[in-house]
Design a protein around this ligand. Structure first.
Ligand code: NAD
Length: 380
């Protein structure tokens, strides 16, 4: 069978779903790979690099749709792309099915099987296919780099002949995958890092990375843990206590990185305008929740603004794309592992086993049916 990758058409999207290294691994699974010309250009991968890895370079997306049995993408397909799918073809990529019902319906009508990488169950066995985590890891790292580029001072403290420089103080709100990556990056740059999360079990992870976990003095403990390792909405009392803690931090910290999310909801508003007002001029906020409305009320999605009191607020939503070489490498590895699960005999033939928790969880259309939402996974 043929595995094909097209160029991402979303403006500003620099990632690609296949690297030459992954193509070599797919060849071992029995697949011949094809790519659209220029598909990897924005991620620094030339057509020649693909050719050298044995990938056939085709002149346009239509040629890839015509040639390939499996099409891989990064972003959800656009209508013009979905309409090129044919019966029995498989599409793999981010899809966000809950937000893209019309697209899912169209894929069903085309008779295509769609595997949504954002629906891969977050169970141990599926970690190698967990593209949400690999992209969140990059976003957390890049958030710190972006903060540093907009912060006019060092992260690390220094004693120099020209004077003593205090270390920057970084607060990370939300210590999931992106938050932990931000904590690791900021501590390794020498900043003093504090972090807060509603899930108390992350305290140990935060501390093991050299950061301070901000405990909340609250009678029902820090616990807003929901199901599946995710957070649940906080009670009004807990939220007030949390905001009080942040108000105390606001004048002290130089950089705030917010990553707090609750599944299937708008991002909780945690960094209020009065906290921004209380921050020092030159401080930076990077709001990684901008896509879902932002944790900071003043965040403008996809923009960088500077407030009247000199605080920079970054609401970019394309952090993984800003590191397209790295994110393409990790994403294509996630997709390649999905292909390995779909190819049990390593014979270049997809076997779509709906009894497999991971394949079932990620499959949103199959054999002319919508198969979303999936039943809960049976194993951890
Ligand atoms: P996420 O992006 O949904 O949320 C980010 C963080 O925000 C979470 O840590 C959450 O607790 C926190 N948060 C929510 N409301 C908050 C508030 N009011 N104040 C402060 N923080 C708040 O989460 P994620 O990064 O996708 O993953 C969350 C967790 O899921 C992981 O830490 C892990 O436990 C689990 N997970 C498991 C696997 C696996 O086993 N394969 C893979 C990835 C994630």
């Amino acid at each position: 069978m043929k595995f094909g990758v097209i160029r991402e058409v979303e403006p500003g999207e620099a990632r690609v779903a296949l690297t030459p290294a992954s193509a070599a691994q797919l060849a071992k699974l029995g697949y011949d790979c094809v790519v659209e010309t220029g598909a990897g250009a924005a991620a620094g991968i030339t057509d020649d690099a693909y050719s050298e890895a044995g990938v056939e370079v085709l002149p346009d997306a239509a040629a890839v749709f015509a040639a390939a049995d499996v099409i891989a993408k990064v972003r959800p397909p656009q209508e013009g792309e979905i309409d090129q799918l044919r019966e029995g073809q498989t599409l793999i990529g981010f899809f966000w099915p809950a937000a893209n019902e019309a697209l899912m319906e169209r894929a069903k009508e085309r008779g295509a099987t769609v595997i949504a990488m954002d629906m891969v169950p977050r169970i141990s066995r599926a970690q190698k296919m967990d593209a949400l985590s690999s992209m969140a890891n990059i976003a957390g790292y890049r958030a710190v780099i972006e903060a540093g580029a907009n912060f006019g001072r060092f992260f690390t403290g220094q004693v120099t002949a020209a004077g003593k420089v205090p270390p920057a103080k970084v607060l990370v709100v939300g210590a999931g995958v992106a938050g932990l990556a931000a904590i690791g990056t900021a501590t390794s740059l020498g900043a003093i890092v504090r972090a807060f999360d509603v899930r108390p079990e992350v305290a140990e992870q935060i501390e093991s990375m050299g950061a301070e976990f901000l405990f909340l003095d609250f009678e029902d403990s820090q616990d807003s843990a929901g199901s599946g390792g995710y957070a649940a909405p906080s009670s009004p009392e807990f939220r007030e206590a949390q905001l009080k803690l942040f108000r105390e931090q606001a004048p002290e910290v130089d950089i705030v990185i917010t990553t707090a999310l609750i599944p299937n909801r708008e991002a909780p508003e945690l960094w209020t305008p009065d906290m921004v007002e209380a921050m020092k001029p030159g401080s930076v906020i990077v709001d990684l929740a901008a896509e879902r409305g932002g944790n900071c009320k003043l965040t403008v999605k996809d923009e960088k603004i500077v407030t009247d009191n000199g605080v920079t607020i970054i609401g970019y939503t394309d952090f993984p794309s800003r590191m397209a070489a790295q994110s393409s490498a990790l994403y294509s590895t996630n997709v390649r592992h999905m292909m390995a699960d779909l190819t049990p005999e390593k014979d270049g033939k997809v076997v779509h086993n709906m009894e497999d928790d991971v394949i079932r969880g990620a499959t949103i259309t199959h054999q002319g049916e919508i198969t979303f939402p999936p039943p809960p996974p049976k194993v951890k």
